[in-house]
Each structure stands twice: as structure tokens, then as C-alpha cells.
Design a protein around this ligand. Structure first.
Ligand code: CTP
Length: 399
């Protein structure tokens, strides 16, 4: 799907540099051609030879190599590319980009280009959170540089937090979103919900659930990757906004419903959010004090609006295809089939969220697609791959 596209992949130093190899493989499988340029530090982590073997293209690694300059100058190198991708992008290279330095080949290529640039940062969590890096990122984003990741998780330095390089499939998705403006879903508007909702108890407390938003965000990214205009209505999540997607941030189910209605009309809607079924009837205006009484307060709950059911109601504004999710811990398919009928949606993506499945909050998902025609059992797949398959199916259904 990226046939004929040429990517200039700039690899900077860092433990995650080895993942550039997988990214090259994925890009080539999509039909893209890849030329690699290494920063000086990158060669400590990944060899030019392996990059060359996978890309089947010459690897550029030093600004002052006369043969490189005579064969293909640095200006020409970036001119030949449809997109520059920096993966991994170290704190150092991001800082040099922000400052406009040209002290090695990688930085020079990035300064000499007028092409779109995508960076995939990867570094230690403290380096990522440091105000210097955050200010550099803000500058780069303001200049129109696209960003994918970093992701949160355990890191090579035995710490936990944001700083991990986005997984190669997520980087591929971001590349698609930037390059495939004329995809199968061009001209279509798709509404996606994602994440949990937070239902306040008082000004400092709320009721929430374990949804990470990973699946919903991946679906929004995959749909954008096929060229759709995507509105993502998201509850509170710790994820970056997917590239090329309009994001509306909300907290409660009622706000989510209002944002969804405001986003209509849409050709399709995918409701992947884990919406709280109930909210507190009377939200306390002030923080509820423990006081001296031993008696715990009783919370009275009232039902929240069902957003999926509301969008599925027949009417002029009903999207042509409404897709719901069913998070189940037992009798997954049967409960999901009943849910499809009860909510009036067209498809249900049913997933097993029992603790044994390890799916909730994780990277993978095990789903069954339930339509009017029957049930498809999909294998256990990364959430990005579930998203891709679903986006392809939606594109077919909207044809
Ligand atoms: N959903 C919604 N609004 C709600 C509750 C759920 O839009 N207030 C949507 C979810 O986004 C999902 C689907 O409904 O697409 C199913 O959510 P789930 O929590 O599995 O279903 P419930 O309606 O809560 O049913 P139950 O608790 O009986 O399983």
C-alpha cells in the first residue's frame, strides 16, 4: 500500500536502534523503498551492514565522505524521499533538530529538507520528561514535525515510564497516515470513541475503569491510515494523539455522548470506549470529608446514557455502519450477540477481558467479529493489527 513511496530512514543512537530493522522489513513488505542514514552514535547499536541488507540500498553514515557527496549529496538524499522518518530519535538528535544544527549527516539531512518529517522518540524516561526535551518537542511539533510515541512501559535502563520507542507497526501506521492521503476511506468520516470515562464523586474523586484506550486509539490511527477523516472522542488516557486524527478529549459519559453527537454526520462509528454504565447521582460540590463518623458514605448511582445505543437509533444522522465492542469475561460470543441485538448496532467486536486473558490494558487482543451474517473468530493479535483488519473491513463495508 506504500508502493512507489520512498522513505529516508534516519537512525540515531540508542538501544532501540535494532527496531529500525523490523521497521525496514515492514516498509518493504508494503512496497516502499527505504534508504538509511545513520547518526554517528547509531553505528554503535546497529550495523550499517544489516541496514543495507534489509533495505537493499546503500547506507549513508558520514557527512564528509566524498564518495557519498559525489554519488548523492545530502540535499539530493532528502529530495529523493517522500518522507523522512527518524526512528529511534534520541534526545540529542531532537535537541539538534530543534536548534537547527547541522553537525553530522543526520542533522544536516533534517535541516536541508522541505519534506514532511516523522520522529519516533526513544530515550530514558527522565530524559524524555526533562523540560529541555519537552521544550524541544513543542518546538518541533509547532514546526509541523509529526511524532509517533514514545510509549510507556518497562525500559532497558530498569525504569518504567514514557520513553520506549513506538513499536514498528505503530510507526508504520503513522507513516501510512502521512503518505496515504488517497486511501480506501478517502472522503469518509469515521467517529471513534476510546478510553475509559471518569465519573466524578466529588472534586477530587472519581469512578473509572482499567481501559487504556490502546485499542480505540489504534483503530483511529488505522482508519486515518486508510485516508478517512477521523474524529476520536477520547476519555482520559496516557496515550499520544494518533497522527492525522481530530481528537476531542472528554471525561464523563455524558460529555462523550455530547461530543459524539456534535461530530455527526459520520459514515461509520466505532465505539471502543469503556463507558461507565453508572454515574454518581449527586456529585458533591466540596470534597467529602471522612469526619469523625465511623459510617462510610453511600453512593447512589444512576445509569449513564448508552452512547452506542443512541448512535444506533434509526434516523437521518445514523451512521451507515455502527460498530460496538463487547468486553466480556464469560460466554463471550453469546453475550456479544445479545448485545448486538439489544443495542441495535451493525457489528460487535467481542473481546475476552477476563483476568486470565491478560487483554485489558495489554498490547494484544483476542476478538470475534459478530455481524448479521455470523461470527468470525480472529486469532490473538497485537491491538494495532486488530485495528488494521477492522479498518480494512470497514472500508469494504462502506464501498
Ligand atoms: N457503550 C456505550 N455507552 C455506554 C456503555 C457502553 O457506548 N454507556 C458501548 C461501548 O463503547 C461498547 C459497547 O457499548 O462499544 C459495549 O460495552 P459493554 O461495557 O461491554 O456493554 P454494557 O452495555 O455495559 O453491557 P454489560 O455491562 O451488560 O456487559
Amino acid at each position: 500500500m506504500l508502493a512507489g513511496k520512498h522513505i529516508l530512514l534516519i537512525v540515531s543512537g540508542g538501544i532501540a536502534a535494532y527496531k529500525a530493522l523490523e521497521l525496514i522489513r515492514l516498509l518493504r513488505a508494503e512496497g516502499a523503498s527505504v534508504t538509511c542514514a545513520l547518526s554517528r552514535a547509531a553505528a554503535q547499536f546497529v550495523t550499517p551492514l544489516s541496514l543495507q541488507a534489509l533495505s537493499e540500498n546503500r547506507v549513508y553514515s558520514d557527512l564528509f565522505s566524498l564518495t557519498d557527496e559525489s554519488e548523492m549529496g545530502h540535499i539530493q538524499l532528502s529530495r529523493a524521499a517522500d518522507l523522512l522518518v527518524v526512528a529511534p530519535a534520541s534526545a540529542d538528535l531532537l535537541a539538534r533538530m530543534a536548534a537547527g544544527l547541522a553537525d553530522d549527516l543526520a542533522a544536516t539531512l533534517l535541516l536541508a529538507t522541505d519534506k514532511k518529517v516523522l520522529v519516533a522518540p526513544a530515550m530514558n524516561v527522565r530524559m524524555w520528561l526533562h523540560p529541555a526535551t519537552q521544550e524541544n518537542m513543542a518546538k518541533l511539533v509547532a514546526r509541523g514535525i509529526a511524532v509517533v510515541g514514545p510509549e510507556e512501559g518497562p525500559m532497558a535502563c530498569n525504569e518504567f515510564g514514557p520513553g520506549r520507542l513506538a513499536e514498528p507497526p505503530a510507526i508504520l501506521e503513522a507513516i501510512r497516515a502521512l503518505l496515504e492521503k488517497e486511501g480506501k476511506l478517502a472522503g469518509k468520516h469515521v467517529l471513534v470513541t476510546s478510553g475509559p470515562t471518569h465519573e466524578p464523586i466529588d472534586p477530587v474523586r472519581y469512578i473509572a475503569n482499567r481501559s487504556s484506550g490502546r485499542q480505540g486509539h489504534a483503530i483511529a490511527a488505522a482508519l486515518a491510515g486508510l485516508g478517512a477523516r477521523v474524529t476520536l472522542v477520547s476519555g482520559p488516557v496516557a496515550l499520544p494523539d494518533p497522527i492525522g486524527v481530530s481528537v476531542r478529549k472528554v471525561e464523563t459519559a455524558e460529555q462523550m455522548l455530547a461530543a459524539c453527537k456534535a461530530a455527526l454526520p459520520a459514515d461509520a462509528a466505532v465505539m471502543a470506549a469503556a463507558v461507565a454504565d453508572w454515574r454518581v447521582a449527586d456529585v458533591a460540590v466540596q470534597k467529602i470529608k471522612k469526619g469523625s463518623e465511623a459510617k462510610a458514605p453511600t453512593l447512589t448511582l444512576v445509569p449513564n446514557p448508552d452512547i452506542l445505543a443512541a448512535l444506533s437509533e434509526p434516523g437521518a444522522l445514523r451512521p451507515k455502519l455502527v460498530v460496538g465492542f463487547a468486553a466480556e469475561t464469560e460466554n463471550v460470543v453469546q453475550h456479544a450477540q445479545e448485545k448486538r441485538m439489544r443495542k441495535g448496532c451493525d457489528w460487535i467486536v467481542a473481546n475476552d477481558v477476563s483476568p486470565a486473558s491478560g487483554v485489558m490494558g495489554g498490547e494484544e487482543n483476542l476478538v470475534h467479529l459478530i455481524t448479521a451474517e455470523g461470527v468470525e473468530h480472529w486469532p490473538r493479535l497485537p491491538k494495532t493489527e486488530v485495528a488494521r483488519r477492522l479498518a480494512e473491513r470497514i472500508a469494504e463495508a462502506l464501498l
